[in-house]
Design a protein around this ligand. Structure first.
Ligand code: NAP
Length: 246
């Protein structure tokens, strides 16, 4: 059975991706931030995954920390045997205009959104290399493609992910490892639920489909990218935004 790791999978898009990959027949590793509430939510996600008759286990790790990722990957390898797909989904926002953005807010977002992708790929790629196959999907954002006022930190992290994706695709292509990114637009999740109704309505004016995306609509593209159907797709960024920018 193939194994997929999904980071930040206790809720939102990550939880949805974990469930979709379980439905596709992957054994799933549900990474969650080390807190009691995240653990509780992750356990519920694992339960839903097991309904598809696959193995699903929760692993607590702060993916912004190199050592946490190293330990988690070692443990997953020992518990599951192989690591066939990695989805770097964990992310946070700490929005404010540049004029008001503190150094702490900048550094925190870079650490969780960007450094985590390095941490995870650094430890997973050697495993995939030995197996001579693997697929990685990094969750970027339209903010990384076009920028977004109030998100200097977030856009920087998400743009960096695109550069990292293309670089890893080039470095590991000969080892039969694909590396792609998805760039979601406005998706219905706890991350966007906190925005004001006024801002939400304004954002939708720029979306051709005139609605928010659902986490399932990100999960279905990730499902494709880690499947055999995408075996000749690497180094690509797939925008999933309902036609935000054309
Ligand atoms: P979400 O509901 O806030 O989920 C993010 C998950 O990542 C949470 O479970 C969170 O745990 C976890 N996480 C945060 N820091 C972590 C860490 N250091 N270690 C491990 N896990 C950590 O957000 P979402 O909307 O599903 O976003 C998922 C991904 O999609 C993110 O990378 C986000 O940037 C990207 N994205 C989202 C949208 C959108 O419209 N929603 C658009 C574009 C891109 P806590 O709850 O404990 O923080």
């Amino acid at each position: 059975m193939a194994t997929a790791i999904v980071t930040g999978a206790s809720q939102g898009i990550g939880a949805c991706i974990a469930k979709r990959l379980a439905k596709d027949g992957f054994d799933v590793v549900i990474n969650h931030y080390p807190s009691d509430s995240d653990k509780e939510k992750a356990l519920a996600v694992a339960e839903e995954c097991r309904a598809f008759s696959v193995k699903a286990e929760c692993y607590s790790a702060d993916v912004s920390k190199f050592e946490d990722c190293e330990n988690m990957v070692k443990q997953v390898k020992a518990d599951f045997g192989t690591i066939d797909a990695l989805v770097n989904n964990a992310g946070i926002t700490k929005d404010s205009l540049l004029a008001r953005m503190t150094e702490d807010a900048y550094d925190a977002v870079i650490a969780v959104n960007q450094k985590s992708v390095y941490n995870m790929m650094k430890h997973v790629c050697p495993v995939m290399m030995k197996q001579k196959h693997g697929s990685i999907v990094n969750v970027s954002s339209v903010a990384g493609l076009y920028g977004n006022a109030g998100q200097v930190n977030y856009s920087a992290s998400k743009a960096a992910i695109i550069g990292m994706t293309k670089t890893v695709a080039k470095e590991y292509g000969r080892k039969n490892i694909t590396c792609n990114a998805v760039a979601p637009g406005f998706i219905h999740t706890p991350m966007t639920d906190v925005l004001s109704d006024e801002l939400k309505a304004k954002m939708l004016e720029a979306v051709a489909l005139r609605r928010y995306g659902e986490p399932e609509e990100i999960a279905s593209v990730v499902s494709f990218l880690v499947s055999e159907n995408a075996s000749y797709v690497t180094g690509q960024v797939i925008e999933i935004s309902g036609g935000l920018s054309m």
